[in-house]
Design a protein around this ligand. Sequence first.
Ligand code: NAD
Length: 289
Amino acid sequence: IEESEKFRIEYWELEEAKLRRMPAPKPLATRIALVTGAGSGIGKAIAHRLVAEGACVVVADLDAANARTVAEELGGPDKAVAVTVDVTSEEQIAASFEEALLAFGGVDLVVNNAGISISKPLLETTARDWDLQHGIMARGSFLVSREAAQVMTEQEMGGDIVYIASKNAVFAGPNNIAYSATKADQAHQVRLLAAELGGHGIRVNGVNPDGVVRGSGIFAGGWGAQRAAVYGVEESELGEFYAQRTLLKREVLPEHVANAVFALTGGDLTHTTGLHIPVDAGVAAAFLR
Ligand code: NAD
């Protein structure tokens, strides 16, 4: 009896160890996520969806007040903590992962969502514009992913890194060289990191939204006015304009982008890495205007 009991214990210890090492995606209810730029727009919708699915979330944003508000909306310290982070700072990124370890004991899902949009014609785009845009989105997401990879490989439990890139990562439009080039950089980070981290059970995927006007701070803060001028419509009509140019004739909202993050990280896509999912109601598949 003693021998069989010993065998039983050893067997379950082994099974438990295997379970801990099981590569992502694991059920979201068991997971701890860090979402950059989660104080607003798409990042906020992603944080809401992940918590609704049972995950704990670190709401990481440059805007401390917005991050706090979202963490409170999500149910407070048992489910979500707010962290102020500038993704251009290595020290602040390291500190935000430390906060996650302190609050929830680890991180196994990271969403690179923080961003700004500098939307100008080529001849008006300054070197400073270029550096600012790339500092936040290309360099910033590289730094966040590097920290994520460090933590996830030490944990030996696999994980997910998701980039919120853009349709503009692949398709060219007028007057946004700095923004679109940095999105293309992010898209290639997805493939490069998928190749480098796959052996650790870390999956790296991207979501390419387009035209998420309602609820987006980027649109409210100038991108909307600029796009409206390019398309010759009123800014207030931009949401409808974007909806009408899609194949599905539907407006894309932040929660539709969050649905794609859920599909990639919490669903059944266990063997998918290095992929970009468009969330644009069909724009990239057919035509651009
Ligand atoms: P948003 O302005 O509502 O959200 C961006 C968030 O990033 C803000 O909360 C902001 O404070 C934060 N942020 C900015 N700089 C930061 C920094 N240095 N460090 C940390 N946080 C910082 O805009 P959104 O539309 O929700 O955009 C989110 C992401 O989705 C961006 O990467 C954007 O490029 C991408 N995207 C948006 C659309 C769209 O149609 N809205 C389309 C394609 C891609």
